[in-house]
Structure formats: C-alpha cells, structure tokens
Design a protein around this ligand. Sequence first.
Ligand code: CP
Ligand code: NVA
Length: 301
Amino acid sequence: MVGDALTRPKDLLDFSAHDRQGVEALLTSAERLKRERYRGEDLKGKVLALLFEKPSLRTRTTLEVAMLRLGGHAVYLDQKQVGIGEREPVRDIAKNLERFVEGIAARVYRHETVEELARHARVPVINALSDRAHPLQALADLLTLKEAFGGWEGLEVAWVGDGNNVLNSLLEVAPLVGLRMRVATPRGYEPDPTLVEKAGALFTHNPKEAVLGAHALYTDVWTSMGQEAERERRLQDFHGFQVNGELLKLLRPEGIFLHCLPAHYGEETTEEAVHGPRSRVFDQAENRLHTAKAVLLRLLS
Ligand code: CP
Ligand code: NVA
C-alpha cells in the first residue's frame, strides 16, 4: 500500500484499505481539531445520512455534532423507517441515498451490509459499527492513548473480554502504529485469528497474564447489541473476566483503563473502574467527536 498522499480510500469500513500514513494523518488532524475546538464551514451544504439499525449515544451524537461544527448537516434514518433489507434491499438504499447526500454512516448487524452499501453508493460510506468492526472507536482510542503516553510505539494494551468488533478494529490498526496488543478472552470467544497473527498480539485465556505490566487495560460489554439472547450463557462463560480494582492493580503504575461504552456495570466492569483514577473512559468518549471530524473532513471534503 502506498502512502496516504497517493491513496485516499473512498470509505472507512475497517482499516484494511488504510495504511500507516493515512491513519497517522487522521490522528494528527484530530489532535489539531481538538486543540482548536475547531468550527468551520469546510462541509457547508453537505449532508451525511446516518443509517442506523441499532441504538447509539456516542456514534450518532458525535457524527451529527461533527457535521454541524463543520458547516454541514446530518439526517438520521432509523431501521423502523427504512427497513434495511426488509422494506427495501441494501443496493436500492445505496442507489437512492447517493443522489441525496454526500456521505453515509451506517450502523449495522452484518458487516456485509456496509460493504454492500459501499459497493453500490458512489458517495463515501463510514462503518458506524458492524458485527465485525468499529473503526471510529479505534481512532478515538488511539488519540486517547497518545494523549496519555505521547505516542503508540511499543505501548502495550491489554484487552480482557469478548473477541468482538471493537477488539477486531484495535487489532487491525495496532500494527499500523506500533501498538502491541495482549488479548485475553474466554474459550470460544476468541477474535479473528488472522487479525491476532497480523498484529503479532499475545493471546491467552488468562486475564492476569494479559494485564501484567501493560500500559492500558481495555474492555467492552460481554453481550454486544444483537446478542441479547445469549446473555445468560455469556455471563457464565465470562466469569473471572471482570475488570475491577484487583485486575487494574496489575497494570504498570501509570496504566490507564479504557472502555468504549456503554458499560454493563457488574458484568465486564465495576463502576469504580469506570469512574476511578485510572479511567480515561470519558476522554475516549470525547475523542469520538474530534476523530469523527477528522474522518468527515477527509472523506467528505
Ligand atoms: N462507543 C460507542 O460506539 O457508543 P454508542 O454505541 O453509544 O454509539
Ligand atoms: N461491542 C459493542 C460495542 C458498542 C459500542 C456492541 O457491538 O454492542
């Protein structure tokens, strides 16, 4: 893959079409946008469609506010109205929306849905979370880590919990910036093994082994949106994987706690961890806004 100056992917579905320079440029842009509390008219007259099959606080709000602060506008389309794949096929939705708006951000159950949207829409498509990836979250996480430690090279980030969409995106972006992932999941909840291998990540079923001496400890819900029917079984299977004061003590002294939110308190984390001194969880949430602005400027300008 050649540098970002030459390659400018149309979409952000995951990081497979993005390279190190592209990701670093996005993060540099996000840092500047945050420093300046940037407001401008760069996207004046442009509209982003938010096509959401699932609920959201952070992703929807930050994309809407980012569009507003950049002079554009967002239109929220929920599944009840649009009926993705039910009232209308994905391809037809893409071929309509491209005529109305300058970009589409889609939150979907099946990753194939965002891929299909991107294939058929001539406007940029942003994955606002699928079952396979959550790239917008990973960008905010990288910014948060840089703010805490000054850079990414050699940082060790322990993931304790489900091998899910949020982890997949971290694993995908980690080798691009020199981040080292240490992953602990219960048996049967492992992430995509090719991503683990490509990231050169340490993998274990023992949370303590992953966390010992790491710079950051990251977790996410055990039951993701769409998996509610499996909740009881997951509660049993994830026993021993909760992030609490005891596990956080194993981090290096300056180690931080990350969570993409929403949190299921008493399950993957305690309230003390999210609201305690090591937590950077609300910086992460804020950084969703600055990184969303950077992505929108890159893809929609
Ligand atoms: N972290 C995150 O994506 O939050 P929402 O589901 O509220 O958008
Ligand atoms: N893994 C979670 C992330 C929510 C932001 C989910 O997919 O529901």
